[in-house]
Design a protein around this ligand. Structure first.
Ligand code: PGA
Length: 244
């Protein structure tokens, strides 16, 4: 366990480029790699950068396997709000990663039992090589809402009012944001060989400081990154780090 490696860059465009370099290095490693890609606004520029590198012929992602980080519950098939669709548009299609290489979170039937089976399957595959994460304004990673402890497993969760308010901008209003979700647990995320946390914009200033400088504990799930097993890189733009 080592302290997170903090990298402060000028702006969102620099964040996208610096993040893409980290991800491309993992993808270019010999042999198959397993990546957890966050959805959300923050990594979108980085994924576009990776797609551009691939379009130039400088990146081949055919040996990449993907594990879904989080998903809303209670959606009908084809619902525009599904995070799988977001991941498909921003990661899978641009990088030409086939659906067959994706471990998709369970959303039907007995979700808790299916999540336990999911964790067993995931454990049998070995560690995740890279978890790409965003930071919620409430300190969540994936949908590990506060309070979430470091041993938390893949599970169904109720979204907090903070998260529902923050995600309203994507779906047209708070009433349109689903209230339940399923998320990889912190236990899985913290066991990844490497973690890349992306933080952009002044709205994340207070929480990124709390996560990296405040007490480590379940009220700020991202603070557990300071206890992660693998290498943690925190890539922050100046607006988020300085708060202006
Ligand atoms: P954002 O979401 O990248 O859309 O700000 C981050 C998160 O809620 O994890």
């Amino acid at each position: 366990m080592a302290d997170p490696h903090l990298v402060v860059v000028d702006d969102a465009a620099s964040l996208a480029r610096a993040g893409a370099d980290v991800v491309a290095d993992v993808i270019r490693a010999d042999g198959p790699v397993t990546i957890v890609p966050a959805t959300g606004e923050t990594p979108v520029g980085m994924y576009a950068e990776l797609a551009a590198v691939r379009a130039r012929g400088d990146l081949e992602a055919g040996a990449v396997s993907i594990v879904q980080l989080d998903e809303y519950l209670g959606l009908e098939p084809g619902d525009r709000r599904a995070l799988f669709g977001w991941m498909d548009r921003t990661v899978l299609q641009p990088l030409a990663i086939d659906d067959s290489r994706v471990m998709r979170l369970p959303t039907d039937g007995d979700v808790d039992a299916a999540c336990a089976a999911f964790d067993r399957d995931l454990g049998a595959r070995g560690a995740i090589d890279l978890a790409i994460l965003g930071l919620g304004t409430n300190g969540h990673l994936g949908f590990n809402e506060p309070p979430s402890d470091a041993a938390s497993v893949t599970r169904a969760v109720d979204l907090t009012p903070d998260t529902i308010a923050a995600n309203a901008r994507y779906w047209g209003g708070e009433d349109d944001v689903p209230t339940r979700a399923v998320t990889l647990g912190l236990h899985t995320l913290l066991g990844a060989r490497s973690i890349l946390l992306l933080v952009s914009g002044a709205s994340k200033h207070a929480i990124v400081r709390r996560a990296l400088e405040g007490p480590v504990g379940e009220d700020v799930p991202a603070s557990f990154l300071r206890t992660a097993q693998g290498a943690v890189t925190v890539l922050v733009d100046r607006a988020a780090w300085e708060g202006a």
